[in-house]
Design a protein around this ligand. Structure first.
Ligand SMILES: Cc1cc2nc3c(=O)[nH]c(=O)nc-3n(C[C@H](O)[C@H](O)[C@H](O)COP(=O)(O)OP(=O)(O)OC[C@H]3O[C@@H](n4cnc5c(N)ncnc54)[C@H](O)[C@@H]3O)c2cc1C
Length: 494
């Protein structure tokens, strides 16, 4: 097996990975490996914005309170303090690197989203906030020669020896390389693809969570999956996210009879937390025997809608829905993983030399339910912290001589498409917005019959992704079985 050495290995090129890489690059050589193009990530698709207490009417204390309230009592105070306190500095830094957030007369514009008590969401090009952040981070990474970027480099597994992480195995052009590193930062994002209905891009297959678990990392809060209430539901269309910001700007939800109903379910109506809105929609869909509800923004000025939400306007128009005059058919979809690899606020995991940041990690900042638009900020704040901790604690490269032991099978998974589809459908039907002991055990039984898939490492990205989807699904189900009460995004009908 080929082996290479580098001071710092960063796995993933979304907001958390790139921000971590900048810290590491101050102290040594860095590899950023990513399984697709550099920009392909959830970060690239984030629409609504980034929450930060920078507006005159807002304070860090109020942002803290709103985050804690959304988390339903399960947030870790120290993590939330860190997020809201360091958020403004990370955003100002991003602006100094060239990020163009939307402004009016040279003043930043802040919008409102569900469960925020103040207008604190910055956005870019209307509804392309993540794309703007990713553009700026990639541009900066390109200007740093000490950061080597490897696209289409698939991370297979961590190299862990005697309780310490020494890097990772990478699959590129059909060849496995052991990348030995003084410190390894996992920033592989979320796992939305575990579900058949998801807003997440194809890359979000839970690879980092599954691999960290295999290596002995402690996992936390895996039962807490956030379902976004409003993804596009139109024939032939992808499950494109229709941002919360539409409701922040006054959009209302109607059932198939075009009646408003959110006020009957919660006092905050359309601006209640995502779990509440998603469950209300499911109840209303069941009551009316429909697979979708409508989002209605037609009462706003046509030109305003086009300028404020250009990406959503154009995407819906592609599927013959003019959002300025027509109702948008929507239904919930899996969107964000609150749980993941357990870390402290400096990105440390329980495995020495392994750090994690962003959606793959669980710092406790989101508790049982993430406050909308807190995750881009999380990537910036905790990405930077994980990077600087790795710098302080990196192992000396000359001391790194682990036993390399990875067996890759030449065999293939039989019927891979069918297995992938079965796992994702079972997750949606049995481990979705509403779960019960019976449905969770049914899911577990199906997954047990597929466990042969997880016994090998494969020579293709697709097959390894199926293995990781299955292992991540099993982690979610097992955690959901253990948490018998309903809290936040985890709702048990029994
Ligand atoms: C449609 C959509 C809209 C959203 N809107 C918002 C919003 O408005 N505001 C907000 O705060 N949050 C939003 N979110 C959530 C937010 O975008 C993500 O939580 C955040 O961007 C995650 O950043 P990350 O760096 O942890 O992961 P990502 O940005 O997903 O990056 C993960 C990286 O890891 C790579 N990777 C994964 N597995 C492997 C592997 N095996 N080998 C090599 N590389 C790998 C991926 O290719 C990618 O480069 C949205 C998410 C989606 C999907």
């Amino acid at each position: 097996m080929i082996a290479e050495r580098v001071d710092f290995l960063v796995i993933g090129s979304g907001v958390a990975g790139l921000r971590a890489a900048f810290e590491a690059a101050e102290a040594g050589s860095v590899y950023v490996i990513t399984k697709d193009t550099l920009k392909e990530s959830s970060t690239e698709y984030a629409q609504g914005g980034v929450a930060v207490a920078l507006c005159d009417e807002d304070t860090i204390g109020i942002h803290f309170e709103d985050t804690i309230k959304a988390g339903d009592g399960l947030c870790i105070d120290e993590a939330v303090h860190t997020l809201v306190n360091e958020g403004p500095e990370r955003i100002m830094e991003l602006i100094s690197w060239g990020a163009e957030f939307d402004k009016s007369d040279s003043r930043l514009i802040f919008t409102l989203e569900a469960a925020h008590s103040r207008r604190r969401i910055l956005h870019a090009h209307g509804d392309s906030t993540g794309r703007e952040i990713e553009r700026v981070l990639i541009k900066k990474a390109m200007s740093m020669p000490q950061i080597k970027k490897y696209s289409f480099a698939y991370f297979l597994d961590l190299i862990v020896f005697d309780g310490q992480c020494y890097g990772a195995y990478m699959l590129r052009d059909g060849q496995v390389t052991a990348v030995l590193a003084g410190a390894t930062i996992l920033a592989t994002g979320g796992a939305g693809q575990v579900y058949s209905r998801t807003t997440n891009p194809q890359v979000a297959t839970g690879d980092g969570m599954a691999a960290a678990y295999r290596a002995g990392a402690e996992m936390s809060d895996m039962e807490f999956v956030q379902f976004h209430p409003t993804s596009l539901y139109a024939s032939g269309a992808p499950q494109f996210l229709i941002s919360e910001a539409l409701r922040g700007e006054g959009a209302v939800i109607r059932n198939i009879h075009k009646e408003k109903f959110m006020g009957l379910y919660h006092i905050d109506a359309e601006l209640a937390t995502r779990d509440v809105v998603a469950r209300a929609i499911v109840s209303e869909m069941t009551r009316t025997g429909s697979h979708y509800v409508y989002l209605d923004i037609t009462h706003l000025d046509k030109e305003y809608i086009k300028n404020r939400f250009p990406r959503i306007y154009k995407t819906c128009l592609k599927y013959d829905i003019d959002i300025t005059t027509e109702l948008i058919p929507v239904s919930p979809a899996a969107h964000y993983m609150m749980g993941g690899v357990m870390t402290d606020i400096d990105g440390r995991t329980n495995i020495k030399g392994l750090y994690a940041a962003g959606e793959v990690a669980c710092t406790g900042v989101h508790g049982a339910n993430r406050l909308a638009s807190n995750s881009l900020l999380e990537g910036l704040v905790f990405g930077a912290r994980a990077g600087s901790t790795a710098v302080k604690e990196q192992a000396d490269l000359k001391d790194i001589n682990p036993e390399l032991a990875l067996t890759v099978t030449q065999d293939h998974i039989e019927n891979p498409d069918e297995i992938r589809s079965t796992i994702r459908r079972v997750m949606w039907e049995k481990v979705g917005i509403i779960r019960s002991a019976a449905s969770l055990h049914e899911a577990l039984d199906v997954f047990t019959t597929l466990s042969h898939v997880t016994a090998h490492t494969y020579l293709t990205r697709y097959e390894n992704e199926i293995k990781n989807i299955l292992q991540t699904a099993q982690l979610i189900v097992q955690s959901a079985i253990e948490r018998k009460d309903s809290i936040g995004a985890h709702y048990r009908s029994d």
